[in-house]
Write a protein that binds this ligand. Structure first.
Ligand code: GCB
Length: 634
């Protein structure tokens, strides 16, 4: 048997090394090349020479942005420029005419990663620019290149190293990489990042959302050393036709026409290929018979090693297929019902800082998997951290991921559209290897109009080109006509899976009894997910009367019973992600008894206390599984 595999692999290696001169990209849309970030360093956490810059950073508030610009558009005064590489205490000791109106070396500190809103009470609702500084030593070897990789800075980042501007980035939920080979010193580097959390009509999302501001460096920052020519990105996926297809991108002076290798030791697979003139190699081989498909019930991951002459990179990758046939969603060829819940990127606890480390991700997802008996999560309303996606891979939870085109953005502005396209591409390139990720959403509750549909259609077209193996959806608004609920959305033809948010019984005039009388008039030629439904309840607030009032746990539980019964009548319903796993912070929610700055639609309180509705949903999911309505036992 082993000999057979070896022979098969050798034969393949030969075919691949001959046929490895491929075009640089998969099927292209005209503007695709500009969508690929110039540097990716995917799988950075797995790199040996990666230094995590987490810890205490000092900071300096700059509400009027005087560190960036002076009044009248003049250059910022040098005494305000927070990014200067100067020892202010020493300068002050020397005396003279110069003085400074900041000193990051002696500033207050906060824990990074983590949003500033949770760091100090004076920053709770701070929305603007703050400068953050980290000093560190670095000792790259001769000939190495060095990079800073930020996993997320919300919302704009201006990055300076040792007084030099290195780059900037817009978008609060996606990674970016800046090369610092020339600016790095052996010791006592001064990294200063200006972070501006302000949103406006041209940002994504726009100014008003239903979640916390969460400004700051919310995900890890790493200093990474690489060889002169390094593996910038490597991917491998299982196709519908049973092939393993992937690519490896080299970056550096010796990127073109180089031999590279793909190795999956536990499958005895060793594949050789060559990079083309652009430094990209392609892998394409039949999946070996021994390959175990990833699924929520058996989340098998393989260690995959990618190597070039100078560099190597590994990832833990699962292999599965996802498709739509008629109104079914097929996972590995079999119909699956998505038993899920929505969640925000916010850890359990009374003072969350959007700090999702492995333990925080696991704590949330375990409540979904073990607590609710789920197989699915909707990670709303923006790309969650890589850690969350990796935890879903490990635990076995299917994932819906979306970009924050939420409610309304500036639909007519091509610059805003391209910004959304870039953000989406940054997410796709980051997460391509995550088996858990099966659904991309191009927006949430955006009002139907021609310009908005064009905007979403451009995002869907990019996804078809960049990541054809996954499904596309969007959380849509429904139209109410008397007792009938319809979707009249011209975006439907662009989607594989329809999704609707519905709050009848919470918002609006319906009582819970009315829900049974509602009629759903929805197209049935596609699978449908109930992407949101929910009601607020304050944990511990009870109403034992026969008709419980709003805000009580009993009302929320009754709301779930009534809504689940109503949704069951929709013939093509293929998934549920009620709103929401856990109470989350939102400045929109200011009822002084029940809310106090928290959206209370959680099935868990902010500290993880289960409300009555948690059990209603868990029971519903157990029944679905017992009745084999959810076929995910592979
Ligand atoms: C929605 C939004 C979600 C809100 C939720 C609510 O439709 O998609 O972001 O938080 O309603 O609680 O009203």
């Amino acid at each position: 048997m082993m000999r057979c595999v070896t022979r098969y692999v050798l034969a393949l290696a030969l075919i691949l090394s001959v046929g490895s001169a491929h075009t640089a990209e998969p099927p292209t849309s005209p503007s695709q090349p500009q969508l690929r970030p110039a540097l990716l360093l995917t799988g950075a956490a797995n790199r040996e020479q990666s230094i995590d810059l987490s810890g205490r950073w000092t900071y300096s508030k700059d509400l009027y942005r005087t560190g960036l610009n002076d009044i009248n558009g003049w250059v910022a005064k040098s005494r305000m420029q927070r990014y200067r590489d100067v020892d202010i205490a020493t300068a002050e000791a020397q005396g003279g005419t110069d003085f400074f109106e900041f000193d990051l070396d002696r500033g207050p500190t906060m824990e990074i990663p983590g949003a500033w809103n949770a760091a100090a009470s004076e920053l709770r609702y701070y929305d603007g620019l703050i400068w953050l500084q980290r000093r560190f030593d670095a000792a790259p070897k001769a000939g190495q290149r060095s990079f800073l990789r930020f996993e997320a800075v919300n919302y704009r980042a201006y990055v300076y190293l040792n007084g030099h501007k290195i780059g900037q980035h817009e978008g609060g939920f996606t990674p970016f990489v800046l090369e610092v080979t020339e600016q790095l010193r052996a010791s006592d580097n001064r990294l200063v990042v200006g972070v501006d959390s302000k949103h406006d009509a041209q940002t994504i999302p726009g100014e008003i959302t239903d979640w916390d501001l969460y400004g700051g460096i919310t995900r890890p920052v790493r200093l990474i050393h690489t060889p002169a020519t390094f593996i910038d990105d490597a991917t491998l996926q299982l196709t519908q036709t049973g092939r393993l297809q992937g690519s490896l991108q080299l970056n550096g002076p010796q990127a073109a026409n180089q031999p590279v290798r793909l190795h999956i030791a536990s499958l005895g697979l060793q594949i050789a290929a060559h990079t083309d003139a652009q430094g990209e190699a392609r892998f394409d081989l039949p999946a070996p018979d021994a390959l175990k498909r990833w699924s929520p019930d058996a989340p098998t991951l393989y260690q995959v090693d990618f190597a070039s002459a100078q560099d190597h990179l590994h990832d833990r990758i699962g292999f599965r297929t996802i498709a739509v046939r008629g109104n079914e969603i097929l996972l590995n060829g079999k119909p699956v019902f998505l038993r899920g819940v929505s969640l925000h990127e916010e850890e359990l606890g009374a003072n969350p800082a959007r700090r999702i480390d492995a333990a925080a991700a696991r704590a949330l997802l375990t409540e979904v998997k073990q607590g609710l008996g789920g197989n699915y999560v909707r990670l709303s309303h923006y790309p969650h951290s890589e850690t969350m996606l990796r935890a879903a891979d490990e635990l076995g939870l299917l994932v819906w991921s979306e970009i924050p085109v939420y409610w309304t953005v500036d639909w007519d502005n091509p610059a805003v559209r391209d910004k959304a396209r870039r953000m989406q591409a940054e997410t796709v390139y980051r997460d391509r290897n995550r088996a858990a990720l099966v659904l991309w959403s191009v927006g949430n509750e955006t009002p139907v109009a021609e310009n908005r549909t064009r905007f979403h259609a451009a995002l869907a077209a990019d996804l078809r080109a960049l990541d054809p193996g996954r499904l596309i959806s969007a959380a849509l608004l429904v139209k109410r006509e008397g007792n009938t609920i319809r979707i009249a959305d011209p975006l439907l033809p662009y989607l594989d899976v329809m999704a609707i948010n519905s709050y009848a019984g919470w918002y609006g005039d319906d009582t819970l009894k009315d829900l049974a009388g509602l009629r759903w008039d929805l197209p049935t030629d596609k699978p449908l997910i109930a992407s949101e439904f929910g009601a607020d309840a304050l944990a511990g607030h009870h109403d034992a009367s026969g008709t419980p009032r709003k805000w009580s746990e009993e009302f929320q539980a009754d709301y779930y019973r009534a809504t689940l019964a109503m949704l069951e009548t929709i013939p093509n319903l293929r998934g549920l992600s009620p709103w929401v796993l856990k109470d989350f912070r939102s400045p929109r929610r200011e009822h002084p008894v029940f809310q106090n700055g928290w959206n209370r639609k959680g099935l868990l309180s902010e500290t993880g206390q289960r409300k009555l509705a948690f059990d209603v949903l868990a029971r519903h999911y157990r029944e679905l599984t017992a009745n084999k309505k959810s076929y995910d036992d592979f």
